[in-house]
Design a protein around this ligand. Structure first.
Ligand code: PEP
Ligand code: MG
Length: 579
């Protein structure tokens, strides 16, 4: 393969450069990942297969004894049959030849056998014959489970740092390993604004997607150079390539560092106007990733991610402690807690929302909170208690109508009263804001602003609803275009309407994390942006380089653009201006 062919171009999802050995992950339970193995590693795969078969046989013996003791010898006989299935030399030969001939992992070999058994099962006639054939595949499933479990356990207990390759960018892929071990994530498919992408950026993990056929070209352990700035992936770079890549990474890190040392300065334009730069928080661990006094506070605490880090709903007291840690860490700066925003692809393992044909248009965000009001009440109680003596603000996700806000407000009022009657300390004032994510809000904004104290635009969702493009659907990922004239028009409308009403406006969607776009938002009249911690220094630097009047001129040009290309030209100019 030529050197050129080994550089694949995809879509940049999360910036940064990383080089390291690749590990192909199985991040979807229903899929068995296939990866190529080097000639010299084939024997190791055959050995893994043999060990897994032996473990499965031992498991059959254990099950046979158990059933014989608890039921009867006759009932337990099936496991003796299963053992014989696994000892059939013909089946073993078939799996081994897949491993050797195709040079693939043991899991893929076993999966091929299971598929063959299932296919032959379809051709059989009669229920009892079919049931027998199904039994033949079953013991091999135990072998497959064993291989997968052993491989994952071994991998988790090692300390290797890897580039993770997955067929799809999912939240599981981004959280597959602790962050220090995950050098980068690359995936065949995935959306740039999916929740998984948001997580990758928040965690500072370089990420590239849109790489069809990637997995088939990887050999386990092969070095990979990932350029999350430009969206390229280099397979098996030469030592000279690796060195050149490392040099680029070092100079990039030096640039980042020079921005970081100026991060204490405010984002004040050359003509003296300020943009608030706040932080989006996904996890308590992120509290240690930035200096609170280099920011203007937390503009978005995605509380659902705090809920995801535990095995069941946190109690009121547990939530109180979580939120208290957050407000205390921010020492008097604003902390904007968003009420639980689950549903769609943000699922809690212990609270399954129903399967929906259209989850993005379904039961999610405030819709769940207003129906399961006790969940909301517990969260509000904990938040109000934790906010005592601090600048706590509450933010409602996925608001679509005035009624959503008025109902939430009446619940909040009830909770405040109950806390007071029960003698709890609580925050003295709590501004209530709403997210602008649903387009209906754009057309009713002056009325809605009478009911809230501030707004924050969630562009990740607003773009998906404005353009009718599912942010999590890889098939339409190319159509998800934040730099669209309709998006610019909507944003400017929000900023202008809020100014007229005297209500602060912010953008907390990922669009704001691009310094050039943050400058345009500043020009439109937004008071603040809220972004993952690692984007704060770059945005502050960009705002300090420009006059508000110039930012405004460019913003209005972006709004007046005829098409996406027109918006992109303005953004490119802005990028050059702040470079
Ligand atoms: C958004 O939609 O832009 C947003 C900030 O919320 P989330 O990404 O958590 O849906
Ligand atoms: Mg959202």
């Amino acid at each position: 393969m030529s050197q050129r062919a080994r550089i694949i171009h995809g879509t940049a999802v999360s910036p940064g450069l990383a080089v390291g050995p690749v590990h192909v992950a199985r991040t979807q339970a229903q899929r068995v990942t296939t990866w190529s193995v080097r000639e010299e590693d084939v024997a190791r795969e055959v050995e893994r297969l043999g060990q897994a078969i032996q473990t499965a046989i031992d498991e059959m013996v254990r099950r046979q004894r158990l059933v014989a003791a608890q039921a009867s010898e006759k009932d337990a006989e099936i496991f003796a049959v299963h053992r014989m299935v696994l000892q059939d030399p013909g089946a073993l030969k078939q799996v081994e030849s897949v491993i050797r001939d195709q040079r693939v992992n043991a899991e893929a070999g076993v999966q091929a056998l299971i598929q063959r058994l299932q296919a032959s099962l379809g051709k059989l006639e009669g229920d009892s014959v079919r049931a027998y054939a199904a039994d033949i595949a079953d013991p091999w499933r135990v072998v497959l489970d064993t291989l997968l479990a052993v491989e994952r356990a071994e991998f988790l207990s090692s300390e290797s740092r890897i580039v993770l390759a997955a067929s799809e960018l999912t939240p599981e892929a981004v959280t597959y390993l602790e962050r220090g071990r995950l050098l980068a994530v690359i995936a065949e498919t995935g959306g740039r604004f999916s929740h998984a992408a948001v997580l990758a950026r928040a965690f500072g993990i370089p990420c590239v997607v849109g790489l069809p056929g990637l997995i088939g070209r990887l050999e386990r352990g092969m070095p990979i150079a990932v350029d999350g700035d430009h969206g390229t992936v280099q397979l098996a770079p030469s030592p000279a390539d690796v060195r050149a890549f490392e040099l680029r990474a070092e100079s990039r890190a030096a640039r980042q560092e020079s921005l970081r040392v100026q991060a204490n300065l405010p984002a004040e334009s050359t003509d003296g106007r300020r943009l608030g730069v706040l932080v989006n928080l996904e996890s308590l661990r992120d509290l240690d990733m930035f200096r609170a006094d280099h920011t203007d506070g937390l503009g978005l605490v995605r509380t659902e991610f705090l809920y995801m880090e535990r095995p069941q709903f946190p109690s009121e007291d547990e939530q109180f402690r979580l939120y208290r840690r957050v407000v205390e860490r921010m020492t008097g700066l604003p902390v904007t807690l968003r009420t639980l925003d689950i549903g769609g692809d943000k699922q809690l393992s212990y609270f399954k929302t129903p399967r929906e044909t259209n989850p993005a248009l379904g039961w999610r965000g405030i819709r769940i909170s207003l129906e399961w009001q006790d969940l909301l009440r517990v969260q509000l109680r904990a938040a109000l208690r934790a906010g005592t003596g601090h600048d706590l603000r509450l933010l409602l996700p996925m608001v679509a109508s005035v009624e959503d806000v008025t109902l939430a407000k009446s619940i909040l009022e009830g909770v405040r009263q109950a806390l007071a009657e029960q003698g709890y300390d609580q925050v003295s004032e709590v501004p209530l804001g709403m997210m602008i994510e649903v387009p209906s809000v754009l057309f009713t904004l002056p009325e809605m602003l009478k009911h809230v104290d501030f707004v924050s635009v969630g562009t990740n969702d607003l773009v998906q609803y404005l353009l009718a493009v599912d942010r999590d659907n890889p098939w339409v990922a190319k159509l998800y275009e934040p730099q669209h004239p309709a998006v610019m028009t909507a944003l400017e409308l929000v900023a202008r309407t809020c100014r007229q009403a005297g209500k602060p406006s912010s953008v907390c969607g990922d669009l704001a994390s691009d310094p050039a776009l943050a400058v345009l938002l500043f020009g439109m009249g937004f008071d603040s942006v809220s972004v993952a911690p690692n984007f704060v220094p770059g945005i502050k630097y960009a705002v300090r380089k420009i006059a508000h009047a110039e930012a405004r001129e460019m913003a209005l040009e972006a709004v007046a653009a005829q098409d996406c290309a027109g918006v992109k030209r303005v953004v490119a100019r802005c990028r050059e201006r702040i470079a």
